[in-house]
Design a protein around this ligand. Sequence first.
Ligand SMILES: Cc1cc2nc3c(=O)[nH]c(=O)nc-3n(C[C@H](O)[C@H](O)[C@H](O)COP(=O)(O)OP(=O)(O)OC[C@H]3O[C@@H](n4cnc5c(N)ncnc54)[C@H](O)[C@@H]3O)c2cc1C
Length: 509
Amino acid sequence: MFRPSFALLAAALLNVTRAQNETKAEPATHFLPPGYCCTVLTISDISERVTYPGQSAYEASLASYFDGKSRLTPDCIVQPKTAEEVSTAVKVLVSASLLKPCEFAVRSGGHTPIPGSNNVDNGVTIDLLYMNGTSYNVDTEVASISPAARWGSVYQTLEPLGRMVAGGRGSTVGVGGYLLGGGISHYAPRVGLSCDNVLNFQVVLADGRILDANKNTNADLFTALKGGSSNFGIVTRYDMETFQSEDLWAGIVSYPAWTADQHFKALVNFGLKPNRDPNAALIIFQGYSTASPTDVVRAAFDYTKPLARPDAYREFFAITNNISDTTKIQPMSSVAAEFTSVTTNRVQFRTLSFKIDLATLQETARLYKILLLELQTKASGQWRISCLHQVWSTLYTANSTARGGNVLGMERYTENFIMYQSYLSWSETKDDELFINLGLALTDGIQKFAASKGTAVEYLYLNYADKDQDPLSAYGADKVKFMKTVAREYDPLSIYQTLLPGGFKISNV
Ligand SMILES: Cc1cc2nc3c(=O)[nH]c(=O)nc-3n(C[C@H](O)[C@H](O)[C@H](O)COP(=O)(O)OP(=O)(O)OC[C@H]3O[C@@H](n4cnc5c(N)ncnc54)[C@H](O)[C@@H]3O)c2cc1C
């Protein structure tokens, strides 16, 4: 079969466009058949990587999205196996766009529950599925991780080698999106955010060039990718700093809902400690599930040394009446397996931040109760709610600065704060509006209370943000300006803003 090279194809398409411009003719896009962008891919060098509706690879890709709402229907899905093939896909789509825009989406683990962020209707989804390996260099102590690797597989590769990285807490979460949004691991108080543990990104730019970005080469791009999401290129490899692997003392202790106030008081004292033990990570959840219908408070303890019941959590240990306790000394791979979330099909994440303040924490609990009562009367099928309270620590900033910085704007904060996440999950499509609106009312209510009390904090964590939230602006005006400069430098035609419209875009800020 005749397969035009990228250069030939681009030249031919350029000539057509030039001719149209010279004769002032209207672009003849109406002659192009539906699925034109996929047709162009199927006559390119990566034709074998293209899969269509009805084919098993296409259907398996859609079925593997974490959120059912995100299972959009692209005209085709392309599944490259190497950075060179990603580059070919980008070049073909960009050059074909001279005749008709070829919108595309990029997907690694497919865990972000925002429809359109990692998939596209009537366009092309670049699914990095096959780029999922992890390798380790003994001499440099660097782990090279491909974007569609899941954190569980990364830990299973590194643990037998005695090494570990600061990655996602749940085993199925993808590496690609997680690292570009920041990444909070159990190791965050000790080694900083996961993105700050990346030493080098291999990136495919909009013109198809494959670049390295690190502290010495393309250093501005290196910084921008740490929090800047999909605004600059497609990352095809993450080289991460490793450290010695040790067992953790970790697990989840569940209590009746009426202990919430005791947990919040302990959280305030834990969170406000300026020099707290950097091995001690913690999440306080409020939660309910139709699968096990008890309103509970959970404390997820993750101590990154093999020391049971460390003193750092003493105030929490004083809370009695727990219902269950899974804490034990165990390797990171088994901690990640316990943290693996199951979806009941439809998912919404929302986030906000506020000062470490007991009254604001209590307000989150009051509004959670209202949400729960509404859902208990109105929702059908299977559903669950988790509301997470995590301490965002100034320890992250110190670690970031020491490693060259990121774009999250963390230097603005001299005190720890609470990063809040609401996580709703439900089975019935007909309940989409109910859950989405109640989730919004919950975070809006907390936001209003925090604003009135003077406890609101501007920061929004991108990896937990919902579509209508604006985490990039919340990094601060100087970071936005910097990201715009970097985007102009590496993508002067704004391809990753226009042809890749999903996700949080710097052009919308
Ligand atoms: C069950 C669950 C547990 C989670 N646990 C944690 C946690 O412990 N800590 C935490 O910080 N976050 C956590 N998250 C949030 C998680 O970090 C984000 O959802 C993250 O985006 C997931 O990465 P992914 O590769 O699956 O992203 P995807 O959904 O595939 O992509 C997310 C975004 O990143 C872009 N993108 C993905 N890969 C690339 C790439 N290679 N190059 C350029 N752009 C790319 C996509 O286009 C999309 O806009 C969790 C999420 C879930 C659902």
